[in-house]
Design a binder for this molecule. Structure first.
Ligand SMILES: [Zn+2]
Length: 126
Protein backbone atom coordinates (compact mmCIF):
# COMPACT_ATOMS: atom_id res chain seq x y z
CA UNK A 1 0.00 0.00 0.00
CA UNK A 2 1.48 3.31 -1.05
CA UNK A 3 0.46 6.60 0.56
CA UNK A 4 -1.49 9.08 -1.54
CA UNK A 5 0.66 11.94 -0.36
CA UNK A 6 3.58 12.75 1.86
CA UNK A 7 4.06 16.04 3.64
CA UNK A 8 7.18 17.07 5.45
CA UNK A 9 6.88 19.85 8.01
CA UNK A 10 10.19 21.27 9.16
CA UNK A 11 8.38 23.57 11.56
CA UNK A 12 6.59 20.75 13.35
CA UNK A 13 9.34 18.23 12.86
CA UNK A 14 6.83 15.77 11.49
CA UNK A 15 6.42 13.64 8.43
CA UNK A 16 2.81 13.38 7.37
CA UNK A 17 1.42 10.47 5.36
CA UNK A 18 -2.02 10.15 3.77
CA UNK A 19 -2.94 6.50 3.24
CA UNK A 20 -5.54 5.26 0.73
CA UNK A 21 -7.69 3.91 3.55
CA UNK A 22 -8.14 7.44 4.87
CA UNK A 23 -5.66 7.10 7.70
CA UNK A 24 -3.43 10.06 8.37
CA UNK A 25 -0.12 9.37 9.99
CA UNK A 26 2.26 11.82 11.60
CA UNK A 27 5.73 10.68 12.44
CA UNK A 28 8.20 12.67 14.49
CA UNK A 29 11.47 13.30 12.68
CA UNK A 30 13.44 12.34 15.78
CA UNK A 31 11.52 9.06 16.06
CA UNK A 32 12.14 8.31 12.39
CA UNK A 33 15.85 8.91 12.93
CA UNK A 34 15.78 6.59 15.95
CA UNK A 35 14.00 3.89 13.92
CA UNK A 36 16.25 4.25 10.87
CA UNK A 37 16.14 0.93 9.00
CA UNK A 38 19.63 1.11 7.49
CA UNK A 39 22.00 -1.75 8.27
CA UNK A 40 24.21 0.46 10.40
CA UNK A 41 21.40 1.65 12.70
CA UNK A 42 19.81 -1.79 12.73
CA UNK A 43 23.05 -3.36 13.94
CA UNK A 44 23.30 -0.65 16.57
CA UNK A 45 19.84 -1.42 17.92
CA UNK A 46 20.44 -5.16 17.79
CA UNK A 47 23.32 -4.67 20.19
CA UNK A 48 20.78 -3.17 22.58
CA UNK A 49 22.07 0.35 22.12
CA UNK A 50 19.83 3.36 21.78
CA UNK A 51 20.53 5.78 18.99
CA UNK A 52 21.03 9.16 20.61
CA UNK A 53 18.87 11.61 18.70
CA UNK A 54 18.64 15.32 19.23
CA UNK A 55 14.90 16.19 19.33
CA UNK A 56 15.67 19.15 17.08
CA UNK A 57 16.78 16.83 14.30
CA UNK A 58 14.92 17.36 11.05
CA UNK A 59 14.23 15.47 7.87
CA UNK A 60 15.74 17.77 5.28
CA UNK A 61 14.93 15.73 2.18
CA UNK A 62 12.40 13.07 1.22
CA UNK A 63 13.29 11.03 -1.84
CA UNK A 64 10.62 8.69 -3.18
CA UNK A 65 12.07 5.27 -4.01
CA UNK A 66 8.98 3.49 -5.33
CA UNK A 67 8.67 1.01 -2.49
CA UNK A 68 9.32 3.62 0.15
CA UNK A 69 11.21 6.82 0.85
CA UNK A 70 14.79 7.69 1.56
CA UNK A 71 14.98 10.24 4.34
CA UNK A 72 17.90 12.61 4.66
CA UNK A 73 18.40 13.96 8.17
CA UNK A 74 19.90 17.22 9.32
CA UNK A 75 22.73 15.33 11.00
CA UNK A 76 23.84 14.15 7.57
CA UNK A 77 22.52 10.60 7.94
CA UNK A 78 20.95 9.47 4.69
CA UNK A 79 21.35 5.70 4.61
CA UNK A 80 17.83 4.84 5.67
CA UNK A 81 15.25 3.82 3.11
CA UNK A 82 11.92 3.38 4.81
CA UNK A 83 9.56 0.95 3.06
CA UNK A 84 5.90 2.00 3.16
CA UNK A 85 4.94 -0.96 5.34
CA UNK A 86 7.67 -0.05 7.80
CA UNK A 87 6.42 3.53 8.05
CA UNK A 88 2.83 2.36 8.43
CA UNK A 89 3.87 0.21 11.37
CA UNK A 90 5.60 2.99 13.28
CA UNK A 91 3.87 4.75 16.14
CA UNK A 92 1.60 7.54 15.12
CA UNK A 93 0.31 10.55 16.87
CA UNK A 94 -3.41 9.90 16.97
CA UNK A 95 -4.04 11.97 20.05
CA UNK A 96 -5.79 14.97 18.59
CA UNK A 97 -8.91 14.79 16.51
CA UNK A 98 -7.80 17.85 14.62
CA UNK A 99 -6.63 16.46 11.35
CA UNK A 100 -6.16 19.11 8.73
CA UNK A 101 -4.18 22.08 9.88
CA UNK A 102 -0.99 21.78 7.96
CA UNK A 103 0.24 25.30 7.63
CA UNK A 104 3.77 25.27 6.40
CA UNK A 105 3.70 21.73 5.12
CA UNK A 106 5.36 21.14 1.80
CA UNK A 107 4.24 18.13 -0.17
CA UNK A 108 5.88 16.03 -2.77
CA UNK A 109 3.87 14.08 -5.28
CA UNK A 110 4.52 10.43 -5.89
CA UNK A 111 4.38 9.91 -9.60
CA UNK A 112 4.48 6.14 -9.31
CA UNK A 113 1.36 5.93 -7.16
CA UNK A 114 -1.41 4.19 -9.09
CA UNK A 115 -4.01 5.58 -6.71
CA UNK A 116 -4.61 9.05 -8.03
CA UNK A 117 -8.22 9.15 -6.96
CA UNK A 118 -8.64 11.65 -4.17
CA UNK A 119 -10.37 10.01 -1.27
CA UNK A 120 -12.21 11.93 1.41
CA UNK A 121 -9.97 12.11 4.42
CA UNK A 122 -11.42 10.75 7.60
CA UNK A 123 -10.60 12.40 10.85
CA UNK A 124 -8.11 10.77 13.15
CA UNK A 125 -7.73 7.04 13.59
CA UNK A 126 -10.51 4.52 13.34
ZN1 LIG B 1 20.58 4.60 9.74
Amino acid sequence: MNPLAIGNSQAKGQLHLDWPDGREQRLEHAELRRQCPCSQCRAFRLRGLVVQVDPRIRVVAVNAQGYGVQLVFSDGHERGIYPWAYLAGLNTDCGSGLAREDVGTSSISLTDTPLSRASPLSQGCA
